[in-house]
Design a binder for this molecule. Structure first.
Ligand code: PLP
Length: 397
């Protein structure tokens, strides 16, 4: 038996475990101090009432032989596919058919599994800093021809179209994790045009689209031609607090044709073979996100997180820190003061303020010199955390 040696090429990801370990060690040494975590990329507010009552109702149906459901359809029940099509596409003027939408247990799985349908020989472009799933799943599959697209303050954290190499596959994520910035229609059109011209495939992660408050595109299919060059990943995790419930969906348009083959049946076959569908209870929960009450209630939760993002951004910016993101995103990407490295500032902040962030360098080389702060916490605690930062590193210090 021979192992998959590609796993040996993975860089060990110590980021979140090291963050947790350092926090724990600090807390053990200083049990009287209250540590505030602005490091988590996870929601904290409970599921909204509309979702909870839909789940209760679905549980009752599962308890009765006449309404019990077994295996769900592989790609999702019609009721949820119709709700997604209507609310997330038709309402934006986008023509996506329900058999181009594939319901799943979340965007992470789909972003990772999508590599099953294309060759290991492809050249892949990935942003730096980045959500680690894109890189690691390519390495696991043996795809090592990677072009890194640095996203830095100089380019406004926008990946630049490569000039001398042409990637076959391009991962884009907007609004971005970790930098919090999002793409304009014009910038996204440049990527779509580039992909169409070069026969490249864009993998577009729109997990944070619910946080968009301005005119930025919520879907790559708002751009003409994108149905011929892009797959889109969406998730109920950040939209509706489903990180523990697990539900997302992926759009693979039929017009997406490479080497004379439409990718839609490839993905349909991949999912039907390796995935057995999302639980009925979860699908009813996801459907409830689109109900009138569900929409209003989830919007309120997002507004709560947006208020956190604003207080972090405004307070720190007023104190002279360089911060990015926060507007269309639950993340604030903060430049470290005095040229400290990401980890130096992380340690300093923990020691002096008892505040935990996520070191930017953990998301890639170009993240060095930054810290990611999240808006997914409690408002009062978030205010206290930024006040502590202000009192130690502020203008008057
Ligand atoms: C949180 C997140 C997701 C969502 O993952 P799920 O598996 O749906 O919970 C996808 N992409 C990015 C960049 C994320 O930060």
């Amino acid at each position: 038996m021979k192992i998959n040696e590609n796993f040996l090429k993975l860089e060990s990801s110590y980021l979140f475990s090291t963050v947790a370990k350092k926090q724990k060690e600090y807390q053990e040494k200083h049990p009287d101090k209250e540590v505030i975590r602005l490091s988590i990329g996870d929601v904290t507010k409970p599921l909204v009432p509309a979702v909870i009552s839909a789940m209760h109702k679905a549980v009752d149906e599962m308890a009765d032989e006449s309404t019990f459901r077994g295996y769900p359809p592989e790609h999702g029940y019609d009721f949820i596919l119709n709700a997604i099509q209507k609310n997330d596409y038709a309402n934006l003027g986008i023509d996506i058919k329900t058999d181009e939408i594939f319901l799943s247990d979340g965007a992470k799985s789909d972003c990772g599994n999508i590599g099953d349908i294309f060759s290991v020989d492809n050249k892949v472009a990935i942003c730096d800093p980045v959500y680690p799933v894109y890189l690691d799943t390519n390495v696991m599959n043996g795809r090592t021809d990677i072009i890194y697209l640095p996203c830095t303050a100089e380019n406004g954290f926008m990946p630049q179209i490569p000039k001398d190499e042409i990637p076959d596959v391009i991962y884009l994520c907007f609004p971005n994790n970790p930098t919090g910035v999002t793409v304009s229609r014009k910038q996204l059109k440049e990527w779509v045009d580039f992909a169409l011209k070069n026969n490249s495939l864009i993998l577009y992660d729109a997990a944070y689209k619910a946080f968009i408050v301005d005119d930025s595109p919520k879907s790559i299919y708002e751009i003409d031609g994108a149905k011929k060059c892009a797959i889109e990943f969406c998730s109920f995790s950040k939209t509706a607090g489903f990180t523990g419930v697990r539900c997302g969906y992926t759009v693979v348009p039929k017009e997406l044709v490479f080497n004379g083959q439409s990718l839609n049946p490839f993905w349909a076959r991949r999912q039907a073979t390796k995935f057995n569908g999302v639980s009925y209870i979860t699908q009813r929960a996801a459907e409830a996100v689109y109900s009138e009450d569900g929409k209003k209630q989830t919007e309120d939760v997002i507004k709560y997180y947006q208020r956190n993002a604003k207080v972090i951004y405004d307070t720190l910016t007023n104190e002279g820190f360089k911060c990015f993101g926060a507007v269309n995103s639950p993340y604030v990407w903060m430049q470290t003061p005095n040229g400290m490295s990401s980890w130096e500032f992380f340690d300093d902040l923990l020691d002096n303020c008892q505040v935990v962030g996520t070191p930017g360098s953990g998301f890639g080389k170009s993240g060095e010199g930054y810290l990611r702060l999240t808006a997914f916490g409690n408002y009062e605690k978030t205010v206290e955390a930024v006040e502590r930062i202000k009192s130690v590193y502020g203008k008057d210090k």
